[in-house]
Design a protein around this ligand. Structure first.
Ligand code: IMP
Ligand code: MG
Length: 185
């Protein structure tokens, strides 16, 4: 795999800006759910760093769980719209305040599918917290209750987002130069 510097077109959101915004989102959640208990659901794997940083700033009582969905065909960088749940929750969400935590909403198919499944389980409330929103790519309308940043239609990586499963650990969100990316390197 290439060094990230070889495929980085630009740093879109640096570490400081990310951390500041994540704290702001946590502050909003702390206000909205003051006195309540919440369940955060991390949509694996992209939302991992975001959720970990977010929960550190929460003062409302919170529990966590994780689920995984897949929508991309192997090696593809666009959703197929064909979303499957590959790992279900351990927690019964009935009667609970649930916040879905996602790295990025692109076409919207992933979140739409997850919301549809979770709604049938009768949570007390169900909201979406997404770090990034590629609004111009939307194919289905989905609510984003807590949104970190709206971004342009560029393929990004870092801070949970991967390029062929690598680079999730980078502390910033960067734009990939796909012309310089060689998956066989
Ligand atoms: P959607 O179903 O099209 O909204 O796609 C959402 C999923 O696609 C996200 O959870 C990401 O895993 C992935 N994704 C979309 N855009 C990007 C990107 O620019 N970089 C990395 N992953 C992305
Ligand atoms: Mg994801």
């Amino acid at each position: 795999m290439q060094d990230y510097k070889d495929i980085l077109a630009e740093v879109l959101i640096d570490e400081q800006a990310l951390q500041k915004r994540v704290k702001e989102l946590a502050d909003l959640i702390n206000i909205d759910y003051a006195g309540d208990k919440i369940l955060l659901i991390c949509i694996l794997r992209g939302a991992l760093p975001f959720m970990v940083d977010l929960m550190r700033h929460l003062t409302v009582l919170n529990a966590i769980d994780c689920m995984a969905v897949s929508s991309y065909g192997e090696g593809a960088r666009e959703t197929t719209g064909n979303v499957r749940m590959t790992l279900d929750l351990k927690t019964n969400i009935e009667g609970r305040h649930v916040i879905l935590v996602e790295d990025i909403v692109d076409s919207g198919h992933t979140i739409a599918h997850v919301l549809k499944i979770l709604c049938t389980r009768n949570p007390k409330s169900l909201k979406v917290c997404a770090l990034l929103d590629k609004e111009s790519r939307r194919e289905v309308i989905v609510p984003i209750d807590y949104c970190g940043f709206k971004i342009a239609n560029k393929f990004v990586f870092g801070y949970g987002l991967d390029l062929d499963e690598y680079y999730r650990n980078l502390p910033f969100v960067g734009v990939v130069d796909l012309n310089r990316f060689n998956p066989n390197d």
